[in-house]
Write a protein that binds this ligand. Sequence first.
Ligand code: CU
Length: 169
Amino acid sequence: MNGFITAAAIAAMAMLAGAAFAHGDAKQGKQAARAVSTDEHAFGREGDPKKASRTVRIDMSDRMRFSPDRLSVLEGETVKFIVRNSGNTMHEMVIGSMKELKEHAELMRKHPGMEHDEPYMAHIAPGKSGTLVWQFTRAGEFHFGCLVPGHFEAGMVGKIRVLAKGEKK
Ligand SMILES: [Cu+2]
């Protein structure tokens, strides 16, 4: 009887150890190349870089401005954004609806150390550039903002008009 209990305990311990290892592997796997996300948002979905029909360069500065800060795209269009931070502080470009951006900015103000990373955002260190590929699947008015605490509030926001097929620019 005693021997049986010991064997069962060892088996349980082995299972726990196995689970711990599996968890460690899953964490490391996050570093590997990520496939294009298929998550749908009101403002579109992650774009396939191979299908980008346009490249738009966006500059971010310590004047808390995006340049350009407005653009029009066609419904269905995949745009490759090359985002450059020409300032001396961290900036980021986050695409979304005005409501979502405001809520997210509020959250960032409350938790300044909060890390966030989604396909619709690019965090760029001073002097660096990064890319963001997005497909605008629905017509409407959307925005992009910098959610580094205080930046959005200082006016670091831009507008994207997604035109329905056949709509005039
Ligand atoms: Cu900023």
